[in-house]
Ligand binder design. Structure first.
Ligand SMILES: Cc1cc2nc3c(=O)[nH]c(=O)nc-3n(C[C@H](O)[C@H](O)[C@H](O)COP(=O)(O)OP(=O)(O)OC[C@H]3O[C@@H](n4cnc5c(N)ncnc54)[C@H](O)[C@@H]3O)c2cc1C
Length: 455
């Protein structure tokens, strides 16, 4: 039996962030991981998908090179080489993270852990007792009834991030963030892509205006999508898969990617047996990520907050600081930045128009079209920055579509989280010509003094 200040179960974004911050605060920590330190984000999520998207961007750049006067030609994708590049990025970060955990004096245990008492996790027959236990076992890719994942014809993002060929055609079931990112990658790689989404829009959690702009851009790129139609069956044959929708429409492709969301990894881990309150498999926590059992905490995709790596980091740090007695401020989840890294990107922070109105705000809106932005013209991108604000009050939400707009979130989140109004932001001079200039101009326009804005 070994005793620690914190026993952390799961070494993904949430778990390792908690471990690193706790060690920094002088606590003794054991971090238990059954697979690889870094979890979904590093090995099967954020990092590999963004590497694939970057390879796709280069493929598209080579196709469009002549438009910019560059003599280059797109020949084909070399997927083994793409994977070498992608795995190289992951490998470097993995090594760095392992070194960081070691250098902070964190005890790392490899193995499948189970909560066997309120303060104890058992791994490989060994018991680890903690003054605190942090549950951080993350999430898995869900499927639908009747959809058998075989990893070949019908796959999840776990398989898609490791694929060693470009399918000729793909059906993506689910038009959320992960579905749209893979649709974008595969289209750039040269596949014929169809997205099937039961809701009326792609990236349906975003402001409707962003969804519509993304749909327009995808249509222009030749990415097909069927909205508002529900999946009924999928039939696998020797060389294809056929999907039938409830409305009778049929689609056939080489592969089917199931991207219908992620569910919590929580069954048979002893959580319920130790009295932890759960709902639909999620661990329920208060605003400080404390579960119903004193001394047990939970973070990351395991709890019903936004399933994002940086949310996991934030929750891990929050728990570490709360345990250390620093009384940190609870997370304002509306103020968390969100990005879909497709081409074009969709990025937002704060409230959509619909949510702002639901919450009783007296809403004003401003749409700044990127057509008025020099850098957007140079890059050949279109899209917009939409501001949602309280009339004569603070900015309530910022919603962006266009190439590289994810990078504009740094400023957008400061504006939202510091409750700035358009008149606070308008006098700040933005560098010309940058995309960030569009952020400044949008606020200038909302403050009643538009510069390069029409209408
Ligand atoms: C394709 C894809 C793309 C994504 N892209 C982004 C992105 O661009 N940006 C972003 O912010 N988020 C992205 N995400 C989401 C992000 O990956 C997750 O929000 C994040 O990984 C959650 O961290 P976590 O620590 O809660 O869980 P995880 O990262 O899933 O880590 C949980 C860890 O616990 C381990 N574990 C589970 N059970 C046990 C057990 N019993 N014993 C020991 N260990 C156990 C698992 O092996 C795993 O390593 C993406 C996800 C996917 C799938």
């Amino acid at each position: 039996m070994a005793e620690f200040d914190l026993v952390i179960l799961g070494g993904g974004s949430g778990g390792y962030a908690c471990a690193l911050r706790s060690a920094q605060l002088g606590k003794s920590v054991v971090l238990i991981e059954s697979d690889k330190l870094g979890g979904t984000c590093l090995h099967r999520g954020c990092i590999p998908t963004k590497a694939l998207l970057h390879a796709g961007e280069i493929a598209d750049n080579s196709r469009e090179a002549s438009h910019y006067g560059v003599n280059a030609q797109f020949l084909s994708m070399d997927m083994p080489a793409v994977n070498t590049y992608k795995d190289g990025v992951v490998g470097k970060l993995f090594k760095g993270l392992q070194g960081l955990v070691k250098s902070r004096g964190i005890t790392f245990v490899e193995g499948h852990g189970k909560l066997v008492a309120k303060n104890t996790v058992e791994v490989n027959g060994e018991k680890y007792v903690g003054k605190n236990v942090v549950l951080a076992t993350g999430s898995y890719a869900r499927t639908l009834p009747g959809l058998e994942i075989d990893g070949k014809r019908i796959m999840t993002s776990d398989h898609a991030t490791a694929l060693d060929y470009v399918p000729k055609s793909v059906i993506v079931l689910g038009g959320g963030v992960i579905g749209c990112e893979f649709a974008s990658v595969w289209k750039s790689f040269g596949a014929e892509v169809t997205i099937i989404e039961a809701l009326p829009h792609l990236v349906a959690l975003e402001d409707e205006s962003s969804s519509k702009l993304l749909e327009r851009a995808f249509r222009k790129r030749g990415i097909n999508f069927e909205l508002g139609d529900r999946f009924k069956t999928a039939k696998v044959s020797a060389d294809s898969v056929t999907v039938t929708l409830e409305n009778g429409k049929e689609f056939t492709a080489d592969v089917l990617l199931v991207a219908v969301g992620r569910g919590p990894v929580s069954s048979n881990l002893g959580y319920e047996e130790q009295g932890v309150t759960m709902e639909r498999g999620y661990v329920i926590v208060n605003e400080k990520c404390q579960t119903s059992v004193p001394g047990i905490w939970a973070v990351g995709d395991l709890i019903p907050t936004l399933q994002l790596a940086h949310v996991g980091f934030g929750e891990g740090i929050l728990v570490a600081e709360e345990i250390a007695g620093l009384n940190p401020r609870p997370i304002n989840y509306d103020g968390v930045p969100r990005v879909t890294y497709s081409d074009p990107e969709v990025a937002s922070v704060g409230l959509t128009t619909a949510v702002a109105k639901e919450r009783g705000h007296d809403v004003v809106e401003l749409n700044y079209d990127l057509a008025g932005n020099g850098k957007a013209q140079i890059l050949g991108t279109s899209g917009s920055i939409k501001l949602v604000a309280e009339k004569n009050g603070p900015v309530l939400g910022i919603h962006m579509v266009g190439a590289r707009v994810g990078e504009l979130l740094a400023e957008a989140q400061l504006i939202y989280n510091w409750e700035a109004s358009a008149t606070d932001v308008a006098p700040l001079i933005h560098a010309h010509p940058t995309l960030s200039e569009a952020m400044g101009e949008a606020h200038m326009a909302l403050a009643g003094k538009p510069l390069h804005a029409h209408g």
